[in-house]
Design a protein around this ligand. Structure first.
Ligand code: NAD
Length: 497
């Protein structure tokens, strides 16, 4: 008997008996469950439940909505072990990494606890004679979120807590590849006091996504996933008159200046390139070295560290790196390594033949390191989304900046240096949305916002933080006068001068 994961609609777990697909444990390659793929009717039912819950939730005072978020945060912490086990089982990332993911998600719930302060609006007394004017930020109605496999708990928590704290109701379509943790989390939200129908979860594929995109009830769509799908979501949402933010893929470069603190940089690069098996949109997958001396030292040190990297099941907390998500992902990553060799890069460490004893059918690929990669190679141009690090050698900071600025993606980047002037020049001129100085994964804290540039984000507002409050509300500006005593005017046909 496999456990089939369904949907959460109107506060109830729902199984419709519709299409399903298997869910795998990537550490073993075994099927660990199944997920139901929502039909048009099931998604419409979720949208209808969200619409029905909206009027009462919109009118619930923000302070009361915040109290639900406080209770929800506590429940996430109390249930962290169970949630992380679900993440590791279906995604493959090591438990301690799942705990970090959940923590980042919890921080977004903490941000949502401040919603009464965040929704206060703007007020101008005496904007004109006896006239007051103010802007308030009203919820949109039913909004939707579509999320990727690589952060099954965190990315949904980027979206819906802020959206519902603002007074919206939500339909979430998480990744069908690792669906269990998100449903557990949604149930905790109900336990925390979120009224039924305020948050609905539908598992599914393109059919579910397209139903959300074409629904006239859905007012806005937040998407996180790969760039081709992000572009599709953004254009379809726009065609259908919806507000949309669509975060896409990445190819994040680090720059190592000749004066880099090498030990610090190598430790940082190991975690940022190989943590979560490279399946992070902020993973550092390119190291741009300025000068051959730092390049030679970097490659030698990484090679040494990779030899000691502990790869294995995500459920064993002593491991440092788990498997990839699917057999297809494993095949794709190995294909990129083949291509790198064929196209002339120097393969320093080859992860293609890694076998984890006792987990021979798991979707593992070992940490892989290429040197002397050039910008025309597919291992440089494409997002591999695996544990493959490419070293590109350049001669100057200008050359490094040009390389990064010419790349189609602009999600994250990091410069390693001791030179403040170089760091300042880099942060000022780089065409990337999130920039680190000796910080390999410059993921903004929850009270800033997260977003890349270029083809890493379609839309005007980033995810979570202050931008989320703007995204999930619309401004209404009210201008008011009570002409009882003082100023009374006759007919005026021109703008006042
Ligand atoms: P994906 O684009 O395959 O899937 C994302 C979501 O879109 C899933 O819910 C999926 O069901 C849905 N989807 C897939 N194909 C679709 C289609 N043809 N039509 C409609 N919907 C479709 O991405 P993924 O493989 O789950 O996640 C990995 C990608 O996400 C990587 O490219 C990574 O960089 C990116 N990502 C970006 C960020 C960011 O913040 N920029 C964060 C995490 C992940």
């Amino acid at each position: 008997m496999t456990n089939t994961v369904g949907h959460l609609i109107g506060g109830e777990r729902v199984l419709t008996g519709g299409r399903t697909q298997p869910v795998y444990n990537p550490s073993t390659g075994e099927v660990c469950g199944a997920v139901e793929l929502a039909s048009v009717e099931t998604v419409e039912q979720a949208i209808a439940n969200a619409a029905a819950a909206y009027p009462a939730w919109r009118n619930t005072p923000p302070a009361k909505r915040a109290q639900v978020m406080f209770r929800f945060k506590m429940l996430l912490e109390e249930n962290a072990d169970e949630i992380c086990e679900l993440i590791s089982t279906e995604h493959g990332k090591v438990l301690h990494d799942a705990r970090g993911e959940l923590q980042r998600g919890i921080e977004n719930v903490e941000f949502a606890c401040g919603i009464p302060q965040l929704l206060k609006g703007e007020h101008s007394k005496n904007a004109g004679p006896d006239i007051d004017s103010w802007s308030e930020f009203q919820p949109l109605g039913v909004v939707a979120g579509i999320t990727p496999f690589n952060f099954p708990a965190m990315v949904p928590l980027w979206m819906w807590p802020a959206a519902v704290a603002c007074g919206n109701t939500f339909v979430l379509k998480p990744s069908e590849r690792d669906p269990s943790s998100v449903l557990k989390i949604a149930e905790l939200a109900l336990e925390a006091g979120l009224p039924k129908g305020v948050l609905n979860v539908v598992n599914g594929d393109k059919e579910a996504v397209d139903t959300l995109l074409h629904s006239s009830t859905v007012q806005a769509v937040s998407f996180v996933g790969s760039t081709p799908i992000a572009e599709y979501i953004y254009s379809e949402a726009a065609k259908n008159g919806k507000r949309c933010q669509a975060l896409g893929g990445a190819k994040n470069h680090s720059v190592l200046m000749p004066d880099t603190d090498l030990e610090n940089a190598v430790n940082a690069m190991m975690g940022a390139a190989y943590g979560s098996c490279g399946e992070r949109c902020m993973a550092l997958s390119v190291a741009v070295t300025v000068g051959d001396e730092i390049a030679d030292k970097l490659v030698a040190s990484l090679k040494e560290q990779i030899a000691g990297l502990k790869v294995g099941s995500g459920l064993d907390n002593s491991n440092e790196m788990g498997p990839l998500i699917t057999a297809d992902a494993q095949k794709k990553v190995k294909g990129y390594i083949d291509a790198g060799v064929e196209q002339g890069a120097e393969l320093v460490v080859d992860g293609r033949d890694l076998v984890v004893p006792g987990h021979e059918n798991g979707y593992f690929v070992g940490a892989t390191l290429f040197d002397k990669v050039t910008p025309d190679m597919s291992i440089y141009t494409d997002e591999i989304f695996g544990p493959v690090l490419a070293v590109v050698r350049v001669d100057s900071l200008e050359e490094a900046i040009k390389l990064i600025n010419d790349h189609e993606y602009g999600n994250g980047t990091c410069i390693f240096t001791r030179d403040g002037e170089a760091a300042r020049y880099f942060t000022d001129n780089i065409l990337v949305g999130m920039v680190g100085v000796n910080v390999p994964l410059p993921v903004p804290v929850s009270y800033h916002s997260f977003g890349g540039w270029k083809r890493s984000l379609f839309g005007d507002l980033s995810a979570y933080g202050p931008d989320a409050v703007r995204f999930y509300t619309r401004r209404k500006t009210i201008t008011q006068r009570w002409p009882s005593s003082g100023v009374r005017e006759g007919v005026v046909y021109s703008f006042p001068s």
